[in-house]
Design a protein around this ligand. Structure first.
Ligand code: SIN
Ligand code: MN
Length: 262
């Protein structure tokens, strides 16, 4: 899958692209079942909210076949290779639950802010690409983006070790207010199977989910192979050390798995 010149222009201006319904309802349903199986596991990679429900499962592509295939899916890998202009490896892989009632916030941040400070990733030559496994609505804790904020470089941030169970380099409220006065604040919403690509410099957050509806989103954080991290401060299942270029699978790799498992 290749992006058009118009999509590349929009990405450059806004810092993200939204593709509603990029994966079929059946593909999303398969992965949602796999996510629930992963959340039921007692593994160090599955982080929990204070209530005990899953917050995120790291590195699920290393212990689940559905997520392994998604981690090399051409609809995700090819547009990122195009924008980053070359081969990519998996820097991080998260299946974020944002569980009904208990899913906690993700504070305002830039992903590259954490990758630079914690992992010494040399440049923001890295990208997030996400797939919704539930319908994402205004009600169940959608991602919030500040369009154009990826043009600001790495913004000053403080290391928040308190607000949630996951340490993050977060932006202060004055800065977020200033950026939103310029770019606004949007929440891309859409059906399960929608795909969202966003710059590692884009300022984003998500509110708590007090709705009775879960909101699972899978994130691949892909980095150009030449730009691999230099410091190994975090667990290798959070900031990966395998810098092998990802070879995209066939477009039907998920439907083949469905056929194998019936
Ligand atoms: C993130 O910013 O990495 C995750 C946000 C979310 O899943 O709501
Ligand atoms: Mn993030």
């Amino acid at each position: 899958m290749q992006l058009t010149a118009e999509q590349l222009e929009t990405f450059d201006k806004d810092g993200y692209l939204f593709f509603p319904g990029q994966f079929s309802p059946a593909e999303a349903a398969l992965l949602k079942r796999e996510a629930e199986a992963v959340y039921a596991m007692e593994r160090k990679e599955v982080w929990r909210e204070s209530s005990g429900v899953a917050r995120t499962a790291f590195a699920a592509h290393t212990y689940n076949e559905g997520f392994r295939r998604l981690g090399a899916h051409p609809r995700l890998i090819e547009p990122v290779e195009q924008v980053l202009d070359g081969p990519v490896y998996m820097h991080q892989y998260k299946v974020n639950a944002k569980a009904a009632f208990d899913g906690d916030v993700w504070q305002w941040h830039q992903d590259y802010g954490t990758w630079k400070r914690d992992d010494e990733m040399p440049e923001p030559r890295a990208m997030n690409i996400a797939v919704f496994l539930d319908d994402v609505t205004a009600a169940n804790g959608p991602l919030l983006f500040i369009p154009g904020s990826h043009k600001m470089g790495v913004i000053d941030a403080g290391h928040d070790l308190q607000t949630t169970s996951y340490p993050l380099w977060t932006l202060d409220r004055d800065k977020v207010t200033e950026l939103a006065a310029r770019g606004g604040c949007v929440a891309p919403t859409g059906p399960a199977g929608s795909m969202l690509m966003f710059s590692s410099l884009l300022v984003h957050a998500s509110p708590a989910n007090i709705s009775p509806l879960g909101r699972i989103i899978v994130y691949l954080s892909l980095c150009h192979v030449d730009n691999h991290i230099r410091a190994f401060n975090r667990e290798d299942w959070i900031a990966h050390r395998d810098f092998t270029p990802i070879k995209a699978l066939d477009d039907n790799c998920l439907s083949e798995l469905m056929a194998e498992t019936v």
